[in-house]
Design a protein around this ligand. Structure first.
Ligand SMILES: [Zn+2]
Length: 217
């Protein structure tokens, strides 16, 4: 029986990176990876295991329905339905990171999108960072609203909750989480100082086109 250990090691490594970056506390947030074979398997962080002590052997494997595909003592993250809904909707996505990074969450509580204020953001996100409609953590509605807000983009905010970043691989999804958090931080500082200027419309439009090209690279 396959143990998918190399994928579980990768998810474990990025879960610790997310924790060390301060994007989550304890066992909050979750990370998953689509296994690139015919079996429709997904590797995802377990529920309620602190990242500090997480081992690759504790990272779980689920099938398309979210049922455990390996006999383990750990359950999958409560946000598994949201991860699976994204994979279902987006064939181009192989990695999903959901974090509670502070500045992203401030924007999520304000329920305000992060606009195109800095170069790069739209190139990597596809548009402003939209806010998904509110639904409680772990619910099927949250999964539905997340997919609706994400559309073809790479990052969204989850109302009163955190952010969701997707990509071709975990490195891209993780770097995107860091970029979204930095943009949220800059935007909040700008809001406090008052007047600020968005990028020119033609730049934003050109960056949207760049995103479409880069998305599949
Ligand atoms: Zn969460």
């Amino acid at each position: 029986m396959k143990d998918y250990l190399e994928f579980r090691e990768e998810v474990c490594r990025y879960a610790k990176k997310m924790y060390q970056a301060g994007f989550v506390t304890g066992s909050a947030g979750n990370i998953s990876l689509r296994v690139p074979d015919e079996d429709n398997r997904y590797v995802i962080t377990p529920t309620s295991v602190p990242y500090e002590t997480l081992t690759p052997e504790q990272v779980v494997v689920v099938d398309r329905e979210g049922d455990l595909a390996l006999d383990l003592d750990y359950g999958p993250s409560v946000e598994t339905p949201m991860h699976l809904a994204v994979y279902q909707a987006r064939a181009d996505v192989n990695a999903v990171i959901h974090s509670h990074a502070v500045f992203s969450t401030v924007m999520a509580v304000l329920r305000k999108p992060i606009p195109p204020i800095v170069e790069e953001l739209v190139v990597y996100v596809g548009d402003e960072v939209r806010v998904a409609e509110y639904a409680s953590a772990g619910s099927d509605d949250l999964a539905k609203f997340a997919v609706q807000a994400l559309r073809e983009n790479a990052a969204i905010l989850l109302a009163n909750h955190g952010n969701l970043c997707v990509g071709k691989n975990l490195l891209k999804a993780f770097n995107l989480c860091a970029l979204v958090e930095k943009a949220a931080h800059i935007y909040i500082e700008c809001l406090q100082l008052g007047k600020f200027t968005l990028l020119p419309d033609e730049v934003v439009e050109a960056e949207k086109e760049m995103y479409k090209v880069m998305k599949n690279m």
